[in-house]
Design a protein around this ligand. Structure first.
Ligand code: F6P
Length: 406
């Protein structure tokens, strides 16, 4: 048992972000040359019982003795596999399972005597995100034999069963409780010297993105007229831009494309995903363009002429200025940040994701990943024939503007 060996045990309800965190830990540590493996109880369950057999919520009922015994067995198989790994050249074993009861955690502690154990509890009670995560889970083949309603209700029931058994982390020697949406540590206690603790602690709180392609919708009539807001369609040139973006990305897997709820973003995504099976388009209202309030649908010239006070106040302090009845950059920040958190949460640890947004929104997204002085944010250049490629992981930071049209 060398000093570099560590057991990380995930804790949390289904759909609380555990597997995403586990996979981040795996990727990050292996990038550091550390021998790491994730042992997921769901994988063993599928191996032993087949995918659909255990999709029903009854299997998770604490009153269903057979299910309880089977789940204990699955946990033990994974612990044995993890122990074999650690006895060999494995350095970090991540147990990816709910582990919500004190009793289950006691079993883990007794099993791995001599190894330091670091419990990482993921919490996320945001109802909208829990719903979105459930929709993603029930799209898996495990649930193919159920109607979407049955699958969703079953999954919610499963969560309720686990909630009934839940003992939050308290008397464990080493643990963190992570708000997995906001990447915030809510509580922690680390009493032992844990190998790899610093790198793991840092990655838990980092917004990670392997490849984010941040594009703006193509040209609209409003853009031609210098008119703001509204819900215009793409022009013929905007559609050509959309097509060019699609060609540019034809070889790149795009499992998640987040867009605003506006037509121009949707039309862009339609071209991009046309004929592809791998694209899931998710509209988020958090990515809607800045609301210009009483100035919506006006041209910049009209605003300067008819509302000179708006024009001059905005010119004086564009970041803090709030349109009457609408938003400003400063007030947009919170909603866009929430959109980014949501997109990262929903896409799990996907290798490639895209966001198709708008001028002001994309400025805020960019400044989320790359520091800019607030007064400069409203002037960041957001072209319609290029996208930003952003990589932000522990070992790699990339920030490049890529042209997709000649
Ligand atoms: O002009 C296009 C647009 O997306 C408008 O809808 C929006 O009000 C504007 O850009 C935001 O940019 P700025 O803050 O520079 O006016």
């Amino acid at each position: 048992m060398g000093a570099t060996k560590l057991v990380i045990a995930m804790v949390g309800l289904p759909a609380s972000g555990k597997s995403t965190v586990a996979s981040k830990i795996r990727q990050c540590l292996s990038e550091e040359g550390i021998e790491v493996a994730v042992f997921n109880n769901g994988d063993v369950r599928r191996e032993l019982c087949g995918a659909s057999e255990t999709a029903c919520s009854d299997f998770y009922s604490p009153d269903y003795a057979e299910g309880v015994a089977l789940r204990e067995k699955i946990a033990r198989i994974n612990m044995e596999r993890a122990a074999d790994f650690l006895h060999g050249k494995g350095e970090v074993a991540v147990l990816d399972a709910t582990n919500v009861s004190r009793q289950r955690r006691q079993v883990i502690k007794s099993f791995f005597v001599g190894y330091p154990i670091f419990f990482v509890e993921c919490v996320n009670d945001d109802p909208e995100l829990v719903s979105a995560s459930i929709s993603r889970k029930i799209a898996m083949p495990d649930f193919a034999h159920l109607t979407p309603e049955q699958a969703e209700e079953g999954f919610r029931e499963r969560i309720r069963y686990y909630r009934g058994l839940y003992d939050p982390l308290a008397d464990e020697e080493n643990f963190v409780v992570l708000d997995s949406l906001h990447k915030r540590i809510e509580r922690e206690r680390v009493q032992a010297v844990l190998p790899h603790y610093r790198i793991v602690r840092d990655l838990l709180v980092s917004d990670w993105v392997q490849n984010l392609y941040l594009a703006r919708h193509g040209e609209t009539v409003f853009n031609l007229e210098m008119r703001i807001g509204g819900d215009p369609d793409l022009t013929a040139r905007g559609l050509v831009q959309a097509q060019s973006l699609a060609w540019h990305f034809k070889e790149t897997p795009l499992p998640y494309v987040f867009i605003s709820t506006k037509k121009r973003a949707r039309q862009m995504a339609q071209r991009l995903c046309d004929g592809r099976q791998d694209c899931r388009v998710i509209p988020l209202h958090e990515f809607d363009e800045i609301d210009a309030g009483v100035c919506e649908n006006m041209t910049y010239d009209q605003i300067a002429r008819d509302m000179p006070q708006v024009h001059s106040a905005r010119t004086r302090d564009k970041y803090n200025y709030i349109y009457p009845g609408g938003e400003g950059y400063a007030t947009l920040k919170e909603r866009v940040e929430r959109g980014v958190k949501k997109a990262l949460y929903l896409s799990g640890n996907a290798k490639h994701i895209m966001i198709i947004g708008h001028q002001a929104v994309n400025r805020m997204i960019l400044s989320h990943f790359l520091y800019r002085r607030t007064e400069d944010v409203p002037y960041i250049y957001i072209p319609q024939d290029r996208y930003f490629h952003i990589v932000a992981t522990q070992w790699r930071k990339v920030f490049e503007l890529v042209k997709f049209m000649g």
